[in-house]
Write a protein that binds this ligand. Structure first.
Ligand code: 26M
Length: 815
């Protein structure tokens, strides 16, 4: 023991065993003889947490002592998943804990699956926030994530009779062993009421908001540990509580509901995550959530700053606030209110600070996803903020006019949309209040400049910048794909674990048959694991030696899961027509959730399941084709799915997928991508080279040109017999014999509008798929490309992304 280095000492199984037994007794209250698997998991998590806490306090203390600038990441979503394996891996305790548990007769792989996923996010935007939290700790950026501690995360998806059914996800049912409630960190959040104006002795006016309703925000902290455990940051999530206990007089007079309603109104703010990932929810409760967490976070930030420095003069030198999409856009008005009304700064001074502190990330160009709120709603809920927004707008419009811009530009940059009911444009508010605005991939950032923010970009040409997304290699390579990680270590050493660019050292091995065989063996092992999961969740048996062709992501028409399933049906028809051709056996895997009210997306899910039912039971296709939809796609499922893919489907209509991050996770594990020139696929092409990725279909420019010229889906479909046959087959009820009209809506919308250009890209997609078939028959060639994908994916680490934010937006150093 005395001879061990400190890191080895921490990882010593004998010691860890004692620690686990102590936790089991004194924190869980169980004797090892009667402890169940969940008890062991809780005890072990509490041990791991102890190992984090010392480092956490040291990090926090050091940041304070060195007066480091802090970064605050404001996000309504953090799609974290499980933390047990992540924390253990980053602390390098995996081997010690595995052995300690095994000596206690506990199977670590069994208990780690009992941890519920923290699914406090919908999809890409929320998962990006989680990757960023881990990378900020890894590269040594002192950071706090701020969000909401939802009682219910994203719904659990079940597939019943082929259709999606939503069930509540109560991830907190047995408590969360990672979190620390902070009773002392509590703030009052106001809603409604009126604004009082007082005149000072010198004629200046002071505004003061008198809210009609108040709610308490209380903090729950979760430590976020970086790679090798060196730095630990904090994820602070707010829970809504009533400010006053229930009204006893009402309660005692028998009006129990009346007494409780106020309390329920408060608590409902942190009750549930809104499950729409790109549709305007437009509901009052959503705006209450947005203000609730934004205000609590800013109050907390100013309190921390003043407590340390006792002045706001240096606020922008010590604080950077990143707004994840427009969901925290009210930060612009709330920070102004706090600085002007509460801390008595002059407007201009407050505005300079606000802009210097705030920056904004845009995640989508879809018009229906751009938030706007009715002016009368904002006025009623946040009267002082509405005044502030008006004042910002008046000054903005004056400046823009003075600079000589046209009326048209003025109308477009305005914070208020005057068409059809006045609405506050949250994108414009965020843009104007921020010193930097970024897109999440090169193409996306370029398109921002000519679409949503065209006029604002003309007026402020230096504000938009690009920060291409990335993913954390700890979760998406080391933890999700331990087999590949071990092979990489044996082949090129450990360097890639601290710097993923070193994966490039793998390039020469792509030409080495012995290495390729090992690479293929790891892939097969991962596919076997996925095959088990598929069997468990769908009852379908799939052959792990077939090509695993996978599309997993939120269900959305722009992502074009229907392009994939229509082409799959065409392939099915072709196999039946010509069963003895040299087909490449494929397993088509789909997974993803649809917003509950998004009928078209739900219809696509059902079609996939209906097609699977027919295809999987058709003896004529033998094992040449299987179609499966894995229910309840979440982070934990992704960790099994990504490493098992041969082919990654990234087939959105060009110009519509801001970045994509699944594309990078697949690529890291050596999947080949079939995709459009959209989002970060463009940069993946640049990195892996045109020989190692299959790009097909229209470019964003061609899409725009076609839309301008006028797209005729009917004529397009008529010109593609294979596609027409597929649509006619679906419409005639081949896949839904008990309900022949089931897909009338889906099929009609393709014939009549096809807004996402499925038919226009169908032939290019089919041709690309047949090329992949041919390549599959040459396994040496396929595996060479697969290895090169892993080797060249290093740039897509979120560590690189965070370093860019740190340098170019936050002005903080990294290590
Ligand atoms: C809005 C209003 C009400 C309720 C929910 C929303 C909402 C929630 C999430 C709107 C959009 C949301 O997310 C959008 C999103 O996930 N965008 C994705 O962001 C990823 C990370 O940058 C990109 O990789 C994806 O391309 C992009 O689609």
């Amino acid at each position: 023991w005395a001879d061990l280095k400190p890191a080895e000492r921490e990882n010593d199984p004998a010691h860890l065993k004692t620690e686990i037994l102590a936790k089991l007794a004194y924190a869980v209250g169980k004797d090892p003889v009667v402890a169940n698997s969940s008890d062991w998991l809780t005890a072990t998590i509490l041990v791991v947490r102890d190992h984090i806490v010392d480092r956490w306090m040291a990090s926090t203390r050091e940041n304070y002592r060195a007066e480091k600038k802090r970064v605050y990441y404001l996000s309504l979503e953090f799609l974290i998943g499980r933390l047990f394996r992540d924390a253990m891996n980053n602390l390098e305790l995996t081997s010690g804990i595995t052995q300690a548990l095994s000596e206690l007769d506990v199977d670590i792989d069994f208990i780690r699956e009992l941890e519920p996923d923290a699914a406090l996010g919908n999809g890409g935007l929320g998962r990006l926030a989680a990757c960023f939290m881990e990378s900020m700790a890894t590269v040594g950026v002192p950071a706090y994530g701020y969000g909401i501690r939802y009682d219910n995360g994203l719904f659990r998806q079940a597939i019943e009779d082929g259709a999606q059914v939503e069930y509540p996800e109560n991830w907190l049912a047995f408590g969360d062993p990672w979190e620390f409630p902070r009773r002392e960190a509590a703030y009052t959040i106001g809603f409604g009421g009126s604004v009082e104006v007082t005149k000072d002795w010198d004629g200046a006016t002071t505004s003061s908001w008198k809210p009609q309703e108040t709610v308490m925000a209380t903090a729950y902290d979760t430590p976020v540990v970086g790679w090798r455990g060196e730095k630990v940051n904090t994820l602070r999530l707010w829970r809504a509580r009533p400010t006053s206990p229930i009204k006893l007089d009402l309660f005692n007079s028998g009006d129990h509901m009346g007494a409780l309603s106020e309390s329920n109104r408060a608590k409902s703010i942190s009750r549930v995550l809104y499950p729409a990932d790109s549709s305007e929810a437009g509901q009052e409760l959503r705006l209450r959530q947005e203000f609730f967490f934004t205000s609590a976070s800013l109050q907390d930030i100013l309190r921390r700053h003043l407590q340390q420095y006792d002045t706001l003069d240096n606020l922008a030198d010590k604080v950077a606030v990143q707004m994840n999409d427009t969901h925290p856009a009210l930060a612009v008005a709330e920070l102004m209110r706090l600085l002007v009304d509460q801390h008595n700064l002059k407007w201009d001074e407050a505005w300079t600070k606000t802009q210097a502190v705030l920056s904004y990330t845009n995640h989508t160009l879809l018009p229906e996803a751009l938030e706007t709120w009715p002016v009368n709603l904002v006025e009623r809920m946040l009267p002082r903020h509405m005044q502030i927004i008006y004042t910002i707008n008046a000054r903005l419009l004056t400046d823009v006019k003075t600079a000589g811009h046209s009326e048209e530009i003025l109308e477009k940059v305005s914070l208020i949309d005057e068409h059809g009911g006045r609405r506050v444009r949250m994108g414009n508010l965020s843009f104007v209040g921020a010193h930097k605005v970024n897109g999440v991939a090169g193409l996306h950032s370029d398109l921002m400049k000519v679409t949503v923010f065209k006029e604002l970009h003309q007026v402020f040409p230096d504000r938009i910048t690009n920060k291409t997304n990335g993913v954390t290699p700890r979760r998406w390579l080391m933890q999700a794909n331990p087999g590949l990680t071990q092979l990489l270590r044996d082949t090129i050493g450990d360097g890639f674990m601290d710097n993923t660019e070193k994966l490039r050292d793998l390039e020469p091995f792509a030409q080495n048959p012995a290495f390729r065989a090992k690479f293929a063996a790891v892939k097969l092992e991962n596919k076997t694991r996925l095959a088990h999961l598929i069997h468990e969740r769908t009852g379908v048996k799939v052959d792990p030696t077939a090509m695993f062709d996978i599309q997993v992501k939120r269900m959305h028409e722009y992502k074009r899961q229907h392009l994939n399933i229509l082409e799959t049906i065409a392939l099915y028809n072709a196999i039946r027509a010509n069963p003895h051709k040299n087909w490449a056996p494929r397993v088509k895997v789909f997974a993803g959730k649809a917003a509950a009210s998004y009928w078209q997306a739900k219809s696509i899910i059902r079609l996939i399941n209906d097609v699977g039912n027919v295809v999987n039971n058709d003896s004529a296709v033998r094992d040449l084709l299987k179609v499966v939809f894995i229910p309840n796609y979440n982070v934990s499922a992704a960790e099994v799915i990504m490493p098992a893919a041969d082919l990654s489907e990234q087939i959105s209509t060009a110009g519509l997928e801001a970045s994509g991050t699944g594309n990078m996770k697949f690529g890291l594990s050596g999947a080949l991508t079939i995709g459009t020139l959209d989002g970060a696929n463009v940069e993946m092409l640049e990195h892996v080279g045109a020989d190692n990725i299959k790009i097909f279909g229209m470019t964003a420019q061609e899409v725009e040109a076609l839309r301008i010229k006028g797209y005729n889906p009917r004529a397009t479909i008529e010109g593609i017999p294979a596609l027409k046959e597929v649509l006619d087959g679906i419409a005639s009820g081949i896949f839904s014999p008990s309900d022949k009209n089931r897909y009338a809506g889906l099929v009609d919308s393709l014939w009549n509008s096809d807004h996402f250009l499925v038919a226009a890209d169908f032939e290019a997609y089919t041709a690309a798929q047949r090329e992949m078939d041919a390549l599959w028959h040459d396994q040496d060639a396929w595996m060479t490309k697969a290895v090169l994908n892993t080797a060249r994916m290093g740039w897509f680490s979120s560590d690189r992304t965070i370093r860019e934010y740190a340098q170019e937006i936050w002005n903080v150093p990294t290590v």
